[in-house]
Design a protein around this ligand. Structure first.
Ligand SMILES: Nc1nc2c(ncn2[C@@H]2O[C@H](COP(=O)(O)OP(=O)(O)OP(=O)(O)O)[C@@H](O)[C@H]2O)c(=O)[nH]1
Ligand SMILES: [Mg+2]
Length: 196
């Protein structure tokens, strides 16, 4: 079967969102990647088992002046990626803000993946892995430390999010026939009442 999901990637400016997306697309890494000032939509198709999953990813600017612009893209997303980097405390603190935006604009069941980027910069680390894990657990997010620079965990983290979306979609379509059967029974009952 073929499935389509729309994802959005959010987080403080300069945490590496665009680099993560480019790494995921197989476009390598740019040490001098410039700050985004617009929404960039990219597409990638991945195979999960026998299924084909088409992902559409919105890469949004993270700088403060673009906050309201970026939040306009939240509604309609099927999944969310939130990013901080392990060398900037403020970017970690900013996750709360982005999480709240998701809560206000999206269904609570929408899966959120938290990515702690720049884990290649171990010697400059200010946020421990445990802190990231704790936050993710509290807010029921998936969690990966990654590096867009060396590619660590980028592919597998986003694929895990896609797998979660696929599973949820397949479970809800399985339930559909049951729901329809329930509806038929309801109509039958109503008809009976009418006949009496
Ligand atoms: N060392 C290291 N640097 C990274 C990594 N990912 C991104 N960078 C660098 O961090 C800077 C910002 O990366 P971007 O991808 O532009 O960050 P962004 O989150 O898209 O920023 P905005 O578009 O302003 O929101 C660039 O200089 C990148 O080269 C990483 O994993 N490790
Ligand atoms: Mg960017």
């Amino acid at each position: 079967m073929e499935y389509n999901f729309i994802l959005g990637i959010f987080g403080e400016g300069r945490v590496g969102k665009t680099c993560i997306v480019k790494r995921f697309l197989g476009e390598g890494f740019d040490e001098k990647e410039e700050s985004s000032s617009d929404a960039d939509k990219v597409e990638k198709t991945i195979d999960i088992g026998k299924d084909v999953v088409n992902l559409e990813i919105y890469d949004l600017p993270g700088q403060e002046s673009f906050h309201s612009f970026a939040t306009n893209y939240i509604k309609g997303l099927n999944g969310v990626i939130l990013v901080y980097d392990i060398v900037t405390k403020y970017s970690f603190e900013k996750i709360d803000f982005w999480f709240k935006q998701m809560q206000e604009n999206l269904d609570k069941n929408i899966p959120i993946l938290l990515m702690a980027n720049k884990c290649d910069l171990e010697e400059q680390r200010v946020i421990t892995k445990e802190e990231g894990e704790k936050l993710a657990k509290e807010k029921n997010m998936m969690f990966y430390e990654c590096s867009a620079k060396n590619g660590e965990n980028v592919q597998c983290a986003i694929e895990e999010l896609a797998k979660k979306l696929l599973k949820a979609q397949q479970q809800s379509t399985k339930k559909e026939p049951e729901k329809q059967e329930d509806k038929k029974q309801e109509i039958k009952k109503k008809k009976k009442c009418y006949l009496f």
